[in-house]
Design a protein around this ligand. Structure first.
Ligand SMILES: Nc1ncnc2c1ncn2[C@@H]1O[C@H](COP(=O)(O)OP(=O)(O)OP(=O)(O)O)[C@@H](O)[C@H]1O
Ligand SMILES: O=c1ccn([C@@H]2O[C@H](COP(=O)(O)O)[C@@H](O)[C@H]2O)c(=O)[nH]1
Length: 238
């Protein structure tokens, strides 16, 4: 049988994708399907760490946060990712995967704090680690948290699982003429201000020589194809 292309990966799961077709929140069928995809690759023996977004519940830069102190709104956004992480870990438990949630902000009665050696131990034990609360700092995003945690755990790649199937010349949801890159360098993605990930995340991955694969979590089987090194999504490289 063909072996997975990676031994350890950081999977950034879109918070927004958790909504499915609902206007906000967590759609049950959607989270179960996403977790089934995660379970499939976890069972291949790939060490999986997950950073979950929060856009389905709250964004510090959203209209709902208008007029609020930005740092306060961002802490609300981080707490939203904790809720998603809890839901995700519970859905994993229901599908037979052992997961551990680790939070970047102190909330010990709910989840354990992020401690790097402990996270590495869990990964080596074959547990899925779900990193909650982003970087723990306002003015950042969970994409940057994915770049940060991916670097800390020596992941071979950051897999950005989102609602579009790669990096486009422009936002494909707004520009019907946008075309998809098969691969693109970090420098080009930053220079062209491609908004699929924020520039801080791109820059950190570039400096750490940590490639990113952007692909659709909505497309059935896409995560497994990425893990097996098949042609899927867009590779962002040094
Ligand atoms: N050049 C581009 N190529 C691809 N997608 C783009 C581009 N520019 C903007 N986008 C948009 O970026 C979105 C993905 O990034 P975003 O951070 O908004 O969502 P996410 O990471 O999926 O969700 P969350 O932040 O809730 O985890 C895509 O759904 C797409 O509409
Ligand atoms: O390190 C971080 C990560 C996130 N936030 C806030 O949370 C929301 C939701 O995260 P998304 O990456 O947009 O899904 C984000 O808009 C920020 O408000 C943060 O402050 N720091």
């Amino acid at each position: 049988m063909t072996k997975p292309a990676y031994q350890r990966v950081l999977l950034k799961l879109s918070g927004e994708a958790l909504m499915g077709d609902d206007p906000f929140g967590i759609n049950r069928a959607t989270i179960e399907r996403m977790v089934a995809d995660v379970a499939e690759v976890s069972k291949l023996g790939v060490e999986l760490a997950v950073v979950i977004g929060g856009g389905n519940i709250f964004r510090g830069v959203a209209p709902g946060a208008q007029g609020m102190d930005r740092a306060t709104a961002d802490y609300m956004g981080m707490l939203a990712t904790v809720m998603n992480a809890l839901a995700l870990a519970d859905a994993m438990r229901q599908q037979g995967i052992t997961a551990r949630v680790m939070s970047a902000i102190g909330i010990e009665q709910v989840v354990e704090p992020y401690v790097r050696p402990k996270a590495l131990q869990y990964l080596e034990e074959g547990k899925v680690v779900v990193f909650a609360a982003g970087t723990g700092n306002p003015f950042f995003t969970t994409d940057t948290a994915a770049a940060l945690r991916g670097s800390e755990i020596s992941a071979e790649i950051v897999l950005k699982a989102t609602k579009v199937d790669g990096v486009y010349t422009a936002d494909p949801k707004k520009d019907p003429h946008a075309t998809r890159y098969e691969q693109i360098s970090f420098d080009e993605a930053i220079a062209k201000h491609l908004q699929v990930m924020d520039a801080t995340a791109f820059a950190l991955c570039r400096d750490q020589k940590l490639p990113i694969k952007v692909f659709s979590i909505v497309k059935p089987g896409a995560l497994k194809r990425v893990i097996m090194g098949e042609d899927e999504g867009t590779l962002v490289h040094v």
